[in-house]
Design a binder for this molecule. Structure first.
Ligand SMILES: *Cc1c(COP(=O)(O)O)cnc(C)c1O
Length: 452
């Protein structure tokens, strides 16, 4: 066909879009894709790249692009990495029952800032404070958007244009480039580093105190451990020193947990209640690391200081909404009732390897002969900066598909939203983080991915 004849046969937008296939689709999304496709076609005709127009193929291409845009990119994945608090996979999954209760609150009006007894304005943080005080034995509590916000708010409120003393060994960078020195700079506080990377002593803090010092801060090292010739000052001693000098002590704990950790991890990582025994002026931790609830920064400590935090205008920008408060209240209630199994993160952490092995067998049975696998004992980590460098036991299915290499297998599973891990050249599905209610989905996806 001649170029000009081809050009004339280019579909007209109005007519083309009237096709049955495009019925009920969003025009604002569809139209730009269509115009773009026609423009490309026109160019291809002019540069003689094509010699015919296939309307059907054109429609299919447009539909494919349309559906790609209209499918939410945030999707459910199956975490088969074994890393319980996986920073890239949404950290702690929320307890579905807490979520259901939050739904009732969030989808109707509620008393978020209304005092039902007095019939006037109430305080949003009141909905969580009583239960949290009972759980942790603190004087007061404040909840902000995440722990990074908590750190920022504390530093900005108490140490703007003042000095904060931190050990050099604790100037950490946490995933997503949250760096303690940077956060401190933005908060307006002046960082005073003391000690050496591997060793800091109490007298290092003491000697750095000046009349400009406002806060002694301890930061949990979270994602790394210093081993060998080391010394760090326990928070309790920092607290006593701060009190002696009329300063505020603040512990940025990162991940906080309320039950003794299994597998001997408790020797190094104290529970929130144990840390409270040191009577901190302030301490903060994430709601969705080992605490196992919703994304939040939970600040606990002295009422007088929490009151000052509440008066900082910044809080308005960092405050949490009704969904967060409602889920958090439900989860804290479960914790007060010792119903730890209803906190998904804790349930996964405490699952025995015997149960994991049974689960592996159940999954293997479901998969039948569709792929080759072997049940193996392995080790994983909790993640989320909770217990740096420490392994916990787990059980996994080591998967083989014909002659495919582990990277190819990993990619195939990933394309079906199942994220596993490769260890010693073998692709593993780690049972520590797979919920048995996901086995059927895995079975269906495996059937798909072996035929792809
Ligand atoms: C994780 C972590 C933070 C940041 O908490 P987010 O809830 O991710 O904002 C701050 N400090 C420490 C020590 C951490 O481990």
């Amino acid at each position: 066909m001649q170029n000009h004849t081809l050009l004339r046969s280019l579909p007209k937008v109005d007519k083309f879009i009237a096709h049955q296939d495009f019925k009920n689709l969003s025009k604002p999304v569809l139209l730009p894709i269509l115009r773009d496709a026609l423009e490309t076609l026109r160019n291809d005709i002019l540069t003689k790249k094509i010699s015919e127009i296939n309307d059907n193929k054109l429609r299919q291409n447009i539909l494919k692009k349309y559906h790609k845009i209209m499918t939410p990119s945030l999707q459910k994945v199956i975490n088969a990495t074994g890393v319980i608090v996986h920073t890239n996979l949404g950290r702690s999954p929320i307890n579905p029952e807490s979520f259901d209760k939050a739904k009732v609150i969030a989808t109707s009006y509620n008393n978020l800032e209304y005092d039902l007894e007095k019939g006037k304005r109430g305080e949003r943080y009141s909905h969580i404070s009583t239960m949290m005080k009972a759980l942790l034995g603190c004087e007061d509590v404040l909840v902000v958007n995440n722990n990074a916000a908590a750190v920022f708010l504390v530093l900005n409120t108490f140490a703007r244009r003042k000095e904060v003393i931190v050990s050099r060994g604790e100037l950490v960078e946490i995933g997503g480039s949250f760096r303690i020195p940077e956060v401190m700079k933005h908060s307006g506080a002046k960082l005073v580093e003391v000690g050496a990377t591997n060793k800091t002593h109490l007298h290092d803090y003491e000697e750095a105190i000046t009349e400009r010092t406002k806060l002694l801060m301890k930061v949990h090292k979270s994602n790394y451990a210093i081993e060998g010739f080391t010394a760090e000052v326990p928070f309790g001693e920092i607290h006593v020193l701060a009190e002696h000098h009329g300063l505020i002590d603040y512990y940025d704990l990162g991940s906080g947990h309320i039950v003794d950790l299994p597998y001997g991890l408790s020797a190094k990582e104290h529970t929130l209640q144990e840390i409270m025994e040191d009577d901190p002026s302030l301490m903060s931790f994430s709601g969705d690391k080992l605490f196992g609830s919703v994304q939040a920064g939970i600040i606990v400590g002295k009422k007088e200081l929490i009151d000052k935090l509440k008066k900082n205008q910044l809080l308005r920008m960092l405050r949490v909404d009704k969904v967060t408060l409602s889920i958090l209240a439900e989860d804290v209630k479960s914790m007060l009732m010792d119903e730890f199994d209803s906190i998904p993160t804790l349930k996964m952490l405490f699952e025995s390897t015997k149960t994991l092995r049974n689960n592996a067998e159940e999954l293997a049975e479901k998969l039948g002969k569709s792929i080759e696998y072997e049940i193996v004992e392995t080790e994983t980590v909790i993640g989320g900066g909770s217990t740096p460098n420490r392994k916990i036991p787990s059980v996994a299915l080591a998967v083989n598909i014909g002659k495919l290499g582990p990277n190819t297998i990993e990619k195939r599973f990933r394309e079906h939203n199942i994220i596993g891990r490769i260890e010693n050249g073998t692709f593993l599905l780690d049972l520590r983080t797979i919920n048995p209610n996901e086995f059927d989905t895995i079975k269906e996806r495996v059937a798909c991915l072996i035929s792809s």
